[in-house]
Design a protein around this ligand. Sequence first.
Ligand code: G6P
Length: 486
Amino acid sequence: MDEKKNRRLVLVSNRLPFQLLEKNKRITLKESDGGLVSALKSYFARDTSHTFDEKWWIGSADFPEKRWESFNNDKRRRPQDFEVAPLFLDTKLYNRYYNGFCNATLWPLFHYFPSFVEFDDDTFRAYEEVNQHFADKLIAFLKPGDVLWIHDYQLMLLPCMIRKMQPEVTIGFFLHIPFPNFEIFRLMHRSWKEKIIHGLLGADLLGFHTQEYVQHFLKTVRMVAGLDHYYRAIYVDDRIVKADLFPLGIDYEKFHNASEQLPVVQQKEVILKNFGERKIIFSVDRLDYTKGVTHRLAGFERFLEQHPTWREKVVFIMVVVPSRQIISKYNQRRKLIEEQVGRINGKYSTLTWQPIIYRYSHLSFAELSALYQSADIGLITPLRDGMNLVAKEYVASQRDGRGTLILSELAGAASELGEAILVNPVDKEEMAQAIFTALTQPEETQKQNMAILQQRLQEYTVIHWVNDFLKQLQDVKELQKMQETK
Ligand code: G6P
């Protein structure tokens, strides 16, 4: 094949979309959780544009190399929608990078939890080292004409590392979490700040979920690197770099049409049989202190306290998906949640009713989808969230147009989903009032709001998001070329 015509999309993220488990010499594939993975996987499954001849996903493996080889060489395995090139890293190094700088420094800082942030030069060095390993792998892997798309906060130094070695390469970068305001960002050590900003500016196009994140980024670039912007363009050594907003969408059809699938229908029957006429409030989150689960429980408790007539008529199904279990802040959170659930259930349960059904586990698609469909209220109230796809999935799943979304105003999704009931996630009075309003909302109002929300989500799905980003990336490259020839 003519190498030049073989267009490749090379996607890079810390996490691969699956883990490989081995039991009794049998290797099974377990899907990874989280917004980034679910969005990109949907894109690969749905894209029929043939824009690229090959699509690659490069990420760190949390399985041993040998297991990967047996899996990859197994001729009977189901073909994937993309090729995979895992990166095998030393476990100790990976832990200092992932548990350390990524999730004990960047994650809490970028989500406005400064008091949770650990400042440790050693974990920053691990972060640099892992980014360098990714760079080495990519530099050996990339071919002329490849489109490289790097994802998320774990890999912010990578664009510059690659640019230095391959100045012509096309690099897009997307941040899936909030970009904080400068007063928060500046808390980091000076050299970290500079390296991160210069690292990001190695890309040609930087994407964020909301207008605020773009503004925060542009201001931070000015404060840290002394570079001004013109509209959303920055000149980095005469190379034009753009920052723009691309609110991540979902695979709308997948959720909207799920009610036609037999496993979903069966799950839904079980749920409805179990809860009968009771109204269902539903939430699902990865276990994370940013998700506001304890505040949400406090809001629900306040509602039960204020509205005794609603007791026994409503049930709150709350699913928490295990995540980052090694990190102490996460484990502590689990204990707090479980104590609180136990206390509220102890206080309000009767012999025939329990207000909160709590599950700490992963959900299958059929279970998730059936829960979305059965829920009268989606209660999605993170303290901070880059976007929050759960809110969008809940909306897309309401095939009959009923149901009400209560959404935190501090989730990126709030800027697109204004017809939801927006709440301050720490205000339990407001949350209790929102639950009452949602439970008593006339069906006509529910349907009107849902129709507008659904229309909006259909117009900008994950496929639109990818195409929009890649088109703008191409435009930036063309602009750069025009400037060179001037
Ligand atoms: C968020 C982040 C992703 C991350 C996911 C799951 O969505 O933006 O980068 O992959 O959470 O977290 P984990 O640490 O398990 O990869």
